[in-house]
Design a protein around this ligand. Structure first.
Ligand SMILES: *[C@@H]1O[C@H](CO)[C@@H](O)[C@H](O)[C@H]1NC(C)=O
Ligand SMILES: *[C@@H]1O[C@H](CO)[C@@H](O)[C@H](O)[C@H]1NC(C)=O
Ligand SMILES: *[C@@H]1O[C@H](CO)[C@@H](O)[C@H](O)[C@H]1NC(C)=O
Ligand SMILES: *[C@@H]1O[C@H](CO)[C@@H](O)[C@H](O)[C@H]1NC(C)=O
Ligand SMILES: *[C@@H]1O[C@H](CO)[C@@H](O)[C@H](O)[C@H]1NC(C)=O
Ligand SMILES: *[C@@H]1O[C@H](CO)[C@@H](O)[C@H](O)[C@H]1NC(C)=O
Ligand SMILES: *[C@@H]1O[C@H](CO)[C@@H](O)[C@H](O)[C@H]1NC(C)=O
Ligand SMILES: *[C@@H]1O[C@H](CO)[C@@H](O)[C@H](O)[C@H]1NC(C)=O
Length: 463
């Protein structure tokens, strides 16, 4: 073999090794907050059917890990938030946790990442904040002591750890975290050659400012919109790159320019409530297909600040999960319906030709809804649960349920559904502006159809 050939062989080996470690592959987040989801073994089949190479689960559920045995999927599991404080103070506890939740599944399950807590710095719980990095150290010590050399330790954070993210070169960690938590965290990640795990959704900044941020820019399908960062002169063509680079510059600002990013979660909701903009199948398919195309491209595309650097990622989520709380979008992030059917054709390996993508239903909510909305009892609401939900709603706010009390304008006909619809609407009309949702554990839905009757006028919100 010639010297040049040998050199080339070495180079390509080196390249394949390093790109193997930070491979351009996508995974899916397997959330299980639904009461109508497929069995664990069927779910694992469905994950493989999407051509996912990785899967992230939200706890160390032994039954899920059992179902993942023998698959080639690279698995991320989470240490529950509630345990961080105790683990940070107690090495024995860390050892016990790893020994009982991780060890039994190695090597049959390819456990690759242990994520300590979930979006810890987004909570207001100071005690967990300061426990985060010490807990990561303890978990790593346990993992090392047990000889699991391949497992990396990280923690997923969301964009709210930044105080400033625009322009990207202005990216800065929030002052209360910067020195106290981010620096030791980054030191840990840098020293252990782990990743900065980031939950990053272009949907949220776009939805809160759809006038100034163009939808195509957030969906990564703009061909004619660019933004030049005045600080660096770098040209941005989509919002995702901007958000990722804001984190890159924030890390650089505190002295860690080289820590790799791992997109722990990204995605776009395929549905939501009437008062939510842009959550639909068309946009969800567009965003997810675009990000798959970008992140599976070879050679790697990277971001303007880190051209050519691979970005591993997980799409959130496997299923639409009907038991998630909060606004409707939260229950509509799936690639699949609960029955296991695709919501739209998608292939996480990026190999499906675009010609195989069928026509999608055109979006009807890319503009904000204008008009009145009421919050009424959902068609399939469990009648037994309605009573206590009504009681809860009536107990909030000022005079919320006066009109449905005896003698009130809405007292008759006193059907439970009518009374509860009044209570839900009245509650929501008072509390929406401070974050109250029209949900009531799935008993309530938004409607544009006025439920008022006779002289009973049901309160509404007006957009
Ligand atoms: C943490 O440890 C304390 C004291 O040992 C114990 O009382 C508590 O239940 C533990 N918390 C959790 C979430 O395990
Ligand atoms: C540390 O954790 C172990 C295992 O759970 C427990 O037995 C022990 O009491 C804990 N130590 C302290 C000081 O809480
Ligand atoms: C940069 O971030 C700071 C806050 O960290 C903010 O006050 C400033 O307006 C930002 N600069 C630009 C150009 O947006
Ligand atoms: C980060 O890690 C690299 C490579 O191990 C090392 O050269 C560098 O000094 C580290 N940076 C900091 C700020 O610790
Ligand atoms: C970009 O192109 C789209 C479709 O071709 C067009 O609707 C839009 O107005 C263009 N935007 C800008 C900023 O030129
Ligand atoms: C699965 O559920 C979706 C949404 O409810 C429905 O449109 C589809 O027909 C169902 N598929 C099967 C195979 O039942
Ligand atoms: C309705 O809820 C009650 C109690 O919350 C439960 O016992 C019952 O099984 C539910 N009914 C249906 C049809 O789901
Ligand atoms: C109820 O009334 C009090 C006193 O007038 C007021 O401070 C409070 O904000 C009201 N609450 C709601 C939900 O409107």
């Amino acid at each position: 073999m010639g010297l040049l050939a040998l050199l080339l062989l070495c180079l390509s080996l080196l390249f394949s090794l390093s790109s193997g470690e930070i491979s351009q592959t996508l995974g899916v987040c397997y959330g299980t907050l639904g009461n109508n989801l497929q069995s664990l073994s069927k779910s694992v089949q469905l994950i493989k059917g999407l051509n996912a190479k990785r899967v992230k689960i939200y706890n160390a559920d032994p039954e899920i890990l059992e179902a993942l045995k023998g698959t080639n999927l690279q698995v991320s599991i989470m240490v529950p938030n509630e345990l961080l404080s105790n683990i940070s103070k107690n090495q024995t506890l860390a050892d016990v946790w790893v020994r009982s939740n991780v060890a039994p599944f190695i090597p049959a399950v390819k456990i690759q990442y242990l994520l300590v807590g979930n979006e810890i710095l987004s909570s207001s719980d100071e005690v967990t904040h300061i426990s985060l990095v010490p807990a990561m150290h303890r978990i790593r010590a346990s993992v090392k002591a047990m000889g699991f050399k391949k497992i990396k330790i990280g923690t997923p954070l969301s964009m709210d750890v930044l105080e400033s993210s625009f322009p990207p070169s202005n990216g800065t960690f929030r002052a209360e975290f910067s020195g106290r938590i981010m620096k030791p965290l980054l030191q840990f990640l840098n020293r252990t050659k782990s990743f900065f795990f980031l939950d990053v959704y272009t949907f949220f900044p776009w939805a809160s400012d759809p006038v100034n941020i163009k939808l195509e820019y957030a969906l990564m399908s703009a061909t004619n919109i660019t933004y030049i960062d005045p600080g660096t002169g770098l040209t941005y063509t989509n919002l995702l790159d901007q958000m990722l680079d804001a984190v890159v510059y924030a890390m650089k600002r505190v002295g860690f320019p080289d820590i790799r990013l791992f997109i722990a979660e990204t995605g776009w909701p395929n549905g939501g409530d009437i008062d939510q903009i842009g959550a639909n199948i068309y946009n969800s398919a567009t965003f997810n297909r675009n990000i798959i195309k970008k992140l599976t491209a070879k050679p790697a595309v990277g971001t303007p600040a880190r051209p050519g650097i691979a970005l591993p990622a997980n799409i959130f989520a496997l299923y639409n999960e009907n038991k998630k709380t909060g606004p409707g979008t939260e229950r509509h992030f799936g690639l699949l319906y609960p029955n296991g059917s695709n919501i739209y054709p998608i292939d996480l390996s990026g190999k499906m030709p675009e010609s195989e993508y069928q026509l999608l239903p055109m979006p009807t909510n890319n503009e904000p809804y204008k008009g009145k909305i009421w919050c009424v009892v959902a068609e399939d609401a469990n009648r037994t649960d309605l009573g206590s939900a009504l009681g809860y709603a009536c107990g909030q706010g000022n005079g919320t349920c006066d009109p449905i009390r005896p003698g009130g304008k809405c007292y008759r006909p006193n059907s439970l559904v009518r009374l509860a619809s009044y209570a839900f609407s009245s509650y929501w009309a008072q509390f929406r502006k401070v974050g109250g949702t029209c949900y009531f554990n799935g008993l309530a839905v938004q409607t544009t159809k006025d439920p008022s009757y006779g002289s009973c006028k049901v309160p509404s919100i007006t957009l």
